[in-house]
Design a protein around this ligand. Sequence first.
Ligand code: SF4
Length: 342
Amino acid sequence: MRIDLKGLDTQETEQWAADQGFEPFRARQIRQWLFKKLVSSFDEMTNLPKNLRAILHEKALITALECVKTQESNDGTKKYLFRLKDDYLIESVLIPEQNHYTCCISSQVGCAMDCRFCLTAKKGLRRNLSSSEIIEQVIHVKRSIPNQDQIRNIVFMGMGEPLANYEAVKKAIINLMNDDGLNLSKRRITLSTCGLVPGINRLGREMNIKLAVSLNAPDDDIRDALMPINRKYPLRELLEACRTFPLHKGERITFEYVLIKGINDQDQHAQDLVKLLAGIRSKINLIPLNPHKGIPMLPPSEETVLRFQDMLIKKHFTAIVRKSRGSDILAACGQLGSEGLD
Ligand code: SF4
């Protein structure tokens, strides 16, 4: 079987090169072509000797994603639809900020977590992405913009639950962060989870990136109804994992709270949320539900959203109402996968 070079870290690439009889600097050259010059073929690796290129052709491969469609939203958000080798489709989103971009990437084809407000959940889990399929989303998106260095934030908030595909996600993060990878700051990589407690604990031990938790409810009854994972890892366990998650100075855990009309948007819910998150260094992102015909729920009125936010702010929480970016092209939070899985 051919070795997938973007799925290897630095040491593994050096080991592979050594196994083929080449010096470590050849591995560094290969990684430079892959992660700095973003080439997609061995023939472009012009400073490698011919015999190494012949070996690469014979024994290695470079994962590439076929971009079958891009859509641009009124607000500049761009959605990429990629076809994988086995014809499954995944989506990534590029979100323009003031002078840089955030790239939102997928970690699985579909998702098994079945959150009731999420379109990705509708078709279930098809398979995990490999680490190279994960990082290739960033590489492809980088190639498609004029100034590649402007991608500054990576968020694992696309299709899938990243902690349910831990090993591949970890490997991709290593290559996102390494100097000889995409060299992105770990403080600019955020992993969002629906609450897989063992994965959160492991992430805290092994990786130094930022954590976001898709919370969406102030108590177990509501969370059980919205997010089946809560029956396995209830709020008490989830928040304990958050309390012990290692944070650097000034860092906070982001709690995402999708506001849904009549379900989790009342004054009492805001008060309960205040009690629930007491003592955790946190920031709350309030996201009015992005409505879709496939989801039998609605967003609250703007007045309700602002009232909810105000109650949190009055209790000294940082609470930000997130604008829905790209909702006209179904690129907004919880809307990915509508095309990808059909
Ligand atoms: S919200 Fe996230 S974890 Fe929940 S079903 Fe959707 S993709 Fe999966």
